[in-house]
Design a protein around this ligand. Structure first.
Ligand code: 5GP
Ligand code: ZN
Length: 116
């Protein structure tokens, strides 16, 4: 996608602090981290959000799930972490290229959500 900032990051047109890359996925530190460990895993092929996923995405999404704990471990978040996938307007997704946040670090995270 020409104007997608995460596609531009995958193509190297916007700089990022890379955590990991292979044929299917790209992982990079969030520019505005909310915890000492905060990176995102994205499919290299553009998908707007989880709401657009189909069976053809099962391999890449499974790959992302397996990589999440391996990369969190490698960055020192060895006792757990939180994964967040904001989706669409209700989920307050800001960047419309599917991304899995991985958030952790040495300290226990705050409660997941405030009650709505
Ligand atoms: P969302 O709210 O869509 O789930 O999260 C988007 C995330 O992307 C935010 O946490 C924001 O800090 C991060 N972000 C937005 N633009 C950039 C960028 O250009 N580079 C990096 N590394 N992160 C970005
Ligand atoms: Zn994209």
């Amino acid at each position: 996608m020409d104007n997608c900032i995460f596609c531009k990051i995958v193509r190297g047109e916007i700089p990022s602090r890379k955590v990991y890359e292979d044929d299917l996925v790209y992982a990079f530190h969030d520019i505005n981290p909310v915890a000492p460990v905060h990176f995102m895993l994205i499919p290299k092929e553009h998908v707007d959000s989880m709401a657009q996923l189909g069976q053809e995405h099962e391999a890449v999404m499974g790959h992302i799930m397996v990589l999440a704990h391996q990369l969190a471990d490698s960055l020192g978040s060895t006792e757990g972490f939180r994964t967040i996938v904001n989706t669409g307007r209700i989920g307050r997704q800001d960047v419309m290229h599917l991304h899995v946040h991985v958030i952790g670090g040495p300290a226990v995270l705050p409660p997941m959500l405030v009650r709505v």
